[in-house]
Every structure is written in structure tokens, then in C-alpha cells.
Design a protein. Structure first.
Length: 574
């Protein structure tokens, strides 16, 4: 009779084979490699993709008799307890303190049999260690994030030490010069706090920073992948210093606190140049500041990476290759309109054609394209610049946004005289983009004649690949977005659990969803007849147009995004 399997008397490879994680052949191959490389067997198996780190941790814990800990539990560690162990020691011995009571401290370790480390933990904390086993990658991610937050919190506190609040009436309040050259010992903390906010936003790929005064504190939030997340809460006493410092950087009037102001400054970091657009708005608790971050030095998108479905990609590429006409992209602020048009210009760029742009602002700098930044304060408006560009012999023209009848009139004339024109407008969907152009003041026969294609778009967050899992949606969830269970592959959809890579959100990065109307003869006829957008939409759908909601659901079924994201970004089709 065979003795029952006891993992505590078995080797690591035998445990993995017993649980069906690897085969005997896999084990023998890994053991042969181990003899040559002297690596740990577990590292070899994980490196070959035969097992996950979680599989290794469970096998290791079974062998040693310690509890295995999940990555989510690591991130739930109490920061006050974490600080009982210095960061240098924690990284050297791969250990993270989790929580404690009067006599015991719970710790997660890669090697729970490291007696030197365990003895040192007991001396450092004055408590008896209760050890769990965790994987090295999960531990490293947790150490990076938790100690990073602790350092950031400490830097904020340090920056606010010695902060002096300026008191007095609005009329006789004394302002402090916080520019780097004039910063005194008392002023330097605010300079450091502003730098800290900017550094954190750049590190997290944020597009916007919101500094919002509340009754007792300041909420500092950054927009990551289109969604705001709070990163710190300095006390309300630091508001005057923060606003003054940012106003000085932006060349704004530090004495004016009653009216909105707009400014800009540039951050240079290595080879990167980030343009920061600043908006200051008075609120009941003080001035709110929003900073828009534009990385001007790097544009690595192309039409293939924007998120086009194959049928949409073929239509869009065919239209932008036409020698003349007009392509208009619509959507709200931050929906990726400019990115799509930059990718289009990058696709058609060649030595044989002259491409010029008029933008406000120039979001990316593209090699081989003549880009003009509008500067209305000195009279360099869209209209005046476009009239000058007409004498610059352009073949392709990008107009950053059609805002008024003058700009629209010039764009139409360009497209009707042998030029290819790209532009954007603010509209909710593709059919309403056409009616928006009519509302601006373009005659229906001109809109119908010049337009080659209109496209509406949105950006949706993509599921984090590091924590992506399958799940079975409920009937109510499917009904909410208009999906049938028969449309699902194996009755499954995907979502992110949340991990260190995605700041526990389950999302990492964004992709586009699109609604495209190529101007067919029938649709041109409807425009000539000044038809309403419902008639245009019905004809476009009859011609095969996918609505924004349908485009989003295609990405849900493909496992790229989630139903929640599509519901957040689109409206129901009626």
C-alpha cells in the first residue's frame, strides 16, 4: 500500500508534479538546466513559463509548512507597521511587515527559513514574527509601492514644516516671491511641494493635475487614463503658497485672486519636454488650479495602435489617402481627436507633399511637418495664420479645431481647391458632427461637397494585462449593455482584479472606440437637402456604421476593455 503524499517530506519538483503543475519531463529538463546554471529550480520553472509565481509560492509553503500570502494581502499592509522595518533591510532580506498586535508582528518573506532575518526582525520590532511566504516579484512590487507612498508622505510633511501662513485683509496682504532664485529658507518647502506634485504626475503618466481647495484641506488629484485619482491632501494652510508658486512659474498675476487666469510653463527632464497649461479659477474656499501636461517630444502612435477595428482601419486609411477633401474628427476634450489626426499625418507624410498645421496648443512635435502655434495675444489667430498659410503652398493642412465661421469658411475653401484638410470639432457623435458644421454657418451644399469622412471617437481604459481574469457576467449586466449571452465566447468576459502595475484599478492604458461615416452619395444628398441628424444616422447605420456603443462592445467581447468602461464612455443607442 502506497504511503499518503506528504509535501513536507517531498522535494519542490515532486510537489509540483503531484499537483499537476508540471510533468515529469518538464521537471527533468529543468533539473538538467539547474546543474548547468546553478539557479533555483523554482526560478527556472517560472522563467520557462511552466508555472506561475503563485504556483511556486503555494508549493513552497506546502513544503515548509508556512501560509502562502496573496499579492492583494501584501498591498493591504498597514503603513505604520511597515515602517517598523527599515526599507534597506526589507529589500535586502525580501520581507514586508503586514500588521501586528501586542506581541506578534505578521511578516511576509520570500525565504521564511532565513533565521538571521527573522532574528533581526524580532530585535527591530520587539515582537515575535509570524511568517508567511510570498513570491519575489509580488514582494518587490509591494515594497516599491508601499515604501514609495511612505517616502512621499514623509516628503510632503517635510515640505510643510516651518510653513508660514500669511494673514491679513485681502487689500494689504503681503505676497512672497517663491521663484527659485529668490526662495528663502521659509519659502523653500512650498517649492519642494510643487516639484513633488509635478514629479508624481509625470511618473504616473498623468494628463492633468487638479489642486482643489476644500474647507480643511487641499485635494490633489491627477488624471490617469482619463480618471481622476487622489495622491495627497496637504493642509489648507499651504494653499496660498501653492497658488503663488504656480502663478510665478506661469507668469500670472499673483495679486489677482478674484478672476480666472490662464498661463503656461515648460518642464524639461532629460530628453523630455513637457508643456504645462495652467488654469486658475476662484472658488468659495480659494483658487482651484488645473494643470494640463502635454509631452511634446514623443509621438509613438500609428493608425494600427489607435484601436481601429480592421474594417474601420481600411475605410479611414483609404479616405486620408485622397488628394483633397475634408476629414473631421469629433469628440469631447481629452477623447484623443488630435492623436488620431497626428497618426493620420504620420501615415501619409512623405517628401513629395507639404504638410502644415495650425494648432492651439501644439501637442506633439512631428519631424517633417510645419507646425504653427496660435498666439492670440499678439494677433496670431487661427484665421490670420490660415490666410498666411495659403501662400505657403500646402498640400495637406491640419486645423487644430474649427471654432467659428471664419475658420470653417477657410477650411472649406482649402478643401474645395485641391487640398486635403484635417480638423476637429466638439460634437457628441458622427451624425451630429455634420449638423454641428451646419450650425457653425457652413452652407449645406458646401458641407456635402467638401466632406470626405466624419468620425466620432472616445477613449476607454484597457484591462491591465498583469491582473486580467475571466468572469461570468450576470444576466442583468448583459441586459444593461445590450449583449446576448450567446455572443460570449465560453460564457466569459474579462476584467482586472487590481494590482501594483495599475494602482489597484484593474486598468492600464487606453484605446479608442470609433464611429465612422464615409460620405456616400446618399448621405451627401441628405446633407444637400438639409436633413436632420436622425435621418443621417439611419442611413449611416444602413450602410454598416458601428455606433460608439457597438464599437465599445466589440472591444468588450475581444477582452480589451470592460462593460463598465463602455457604459461610462458611451450612451445607449435608441
Amino acid at each position: 500500500m502506497n504511503a499518503p503524499f506528504n509535501p513536507q517530506f517531498s522535494r519542490l519538483g515532486e510537489i509540483l508534479v503531484h499537483h499537476g503543475k508540471i510533468s515529469e519531463s518538464d521537471l527533468n529538463t529543468a533539473l538538467a538546466q539547474q546543474k548547468q546554471s546553478s539557479e533555483k529550480l523554482g526560478e527556472i520553472l517560472v522563467g520557462q513559463g511552466l508555472i506561475s509565481e503563485e504556483d511556486l509560492v503555494h508549493a513552497y509553503s506546502a513544503q515548509l509548512g508556512y501560509r502562502a500570502i496573496q499579492e492583494d494581502d501584501l498591498f493591504a499592509a498597514d503603513p505604520e507597521v511597515v515602517q517598523l522595518i527599515p526599507e534597506d533591510f526589507a529589500r535586502q532580506y525580501m520581507v514586508l511587515a503586514l500588521h501586528k498586535n501586542d506581541s506578534v508582528v505578521a511578516v511576509a518573506m520570500e525565504d521564511p527559513e532565513d533565521l538571521v532575518a527573522i532574528d533581526s526582525i524580532k530585535r527591530l520590532t520587539g515582537l515575535d514574527p509570524e511568517v508567511s511566504v510570498a513570491g519575489p516579484n509580488a514582494l518587490n512590487r509591494a515594497l516599491d509601492q508601499i515604501y514609495g507612498r511612505i517616502r512621499q508622505s514623509g516628503e510632503v510633511e517635510e515640505a510643510l514644516q516651518g510653513l508660514t501662513v500669511i494673514k491679513g485683509d485681502e487689500e494689504d496682504r503681503e505676497e512672497v516671491d517663491l521663484s527659485p532664485d529668490a526662495a528663502s529658507t521659509d519659502d523653500a518647502p512650498i517649492v519642494k511641494l510643487v516639484n513633488l506634485i509635478l514629479q508624481e504626475a509625470i511618473k504616473e503618466r498623468a494628463t492633468d493635475i487638479h489642486i482643489e481647495p476644500q474647507q480643511k484641506h487641499i485635494a490633489v488629484r491627477i488624471r490617469i487614463d482619463g480618471v481622476l485619482q487622489q495622491i495627497m491632501s496637504p493642509p489648507i494652510t499651504s494653499l496660498n503658497g501653492l497658488t503663488t508658486r504656480i502663478k510665478i512659474l506661469s507668469d500670472l498675476n499673483i495679486a489677482e485672486r478674484r478672476l480666472p487666469q490662464d498661463g503656461r510653463f515648460t518642464i524639461k527632464s532629460g530628453n523630455r519636454e513637457i508643456d504645462v497649461r495652467v488654469s486658475v479659477l476662484p472658488t468659495v474656499y480659494g483658487e482651484k488650479i488645473v494643470m494640463r501636461l502635454l509631452d511634446k517630444t514623443g509621438f509613438d502612435f500609428n493608425l494600427k495602435t489607435l484601436g481601429f477595428e480592421e474594417d474601420m482601419y481600411r475605410i479611414f486609411k483609404k479616405v486620408i489617402s485622397q488628394p483633397y477633401g475634408m476629414v473631421v474628427v469629433s469628440g469631447p476634450t481629452g477623447s484623443g481627436k488630435s492623436t488620431s489626426l497626428y497618426a493620420a499625418m504620420k501615415e501619409i507624410k512623405s517628401e513629395a507633399i507639404n504638410i502644415s498645421t495650425v494648432e492651439d496648443p501644439v501637442e506633439y512635435q512631428l519631424e517633417g511637418i510645419n507646425q504653427v502655434q496660435v498666439f492670440e495675444e499678439i494677433g496670431l489667430t487661427f484665421g490670420s495664420t490660415l490666410r498666411s498659410i495659403l501662400r505657403q503652398d500646402p498640400d495637406v493642412l491640419l486645423i487644430g479645431e474649427i471654432r467659428d465661421e471664419e475658420t470653417a469658411d477657410i477650411a472649406v475653401k482649402f478643401s474645395l481647391t485641391g487640398h486635403l484638410v484635417f480638423s476637429t470639432v466638439h460634437a457628441n457623435d458622427a451624425p451630429s458632427t455634420i449638423t454641428r458644421l451646419l450650425d457653425i454657418g457652413i452652407k449645406p451644399f458646401l458641407v456635402g461637397s467638401c466632406l470626405n469622412l466624419v468620425m466620432a471617437q472616445r477613449l476607454v481604459r484597457t484591462i491591465c494585462p498583469h491582473c486580467k481574469v475571466e468572469y461570468t457576467p450576470t444576466d442583468e449586466e448583459l441586459e444593461l449593455v445590450g449583449l446576448e449571452r450567446s455572443q460570449l465566447a465560453d460564457d466569459k468576459l474579462y476584467r482586472g482584479k487590481g494590482c501594483s502595475h495599475c494602482r489597484r484599478t484593474g486598468y492600464l492604458g487606453r484605446t479608442g472606440i470609433f464611429e465612422i461615416i464615409p460620405m456616400t452619395r446618399k448621405i451627401r444628398g441628405l446633407v444637400f437637402d438639409n436633413a436632420n441628424e436622425d435621418a443621417i444616422r439611419a442611413e449611416a447605420i444602413a450602410n454598416g456604421m458601428s455606433t460608439l456603443r457597438e464599437s465599445g462592445l466589440r472591444k468588450v467581447l475581444a477582452g480589451i476593455t470592460t462593460m463598465e468602461e463602455v457604459l461610462r464612455s458611451t450612451v445607449e443607442d435608441f
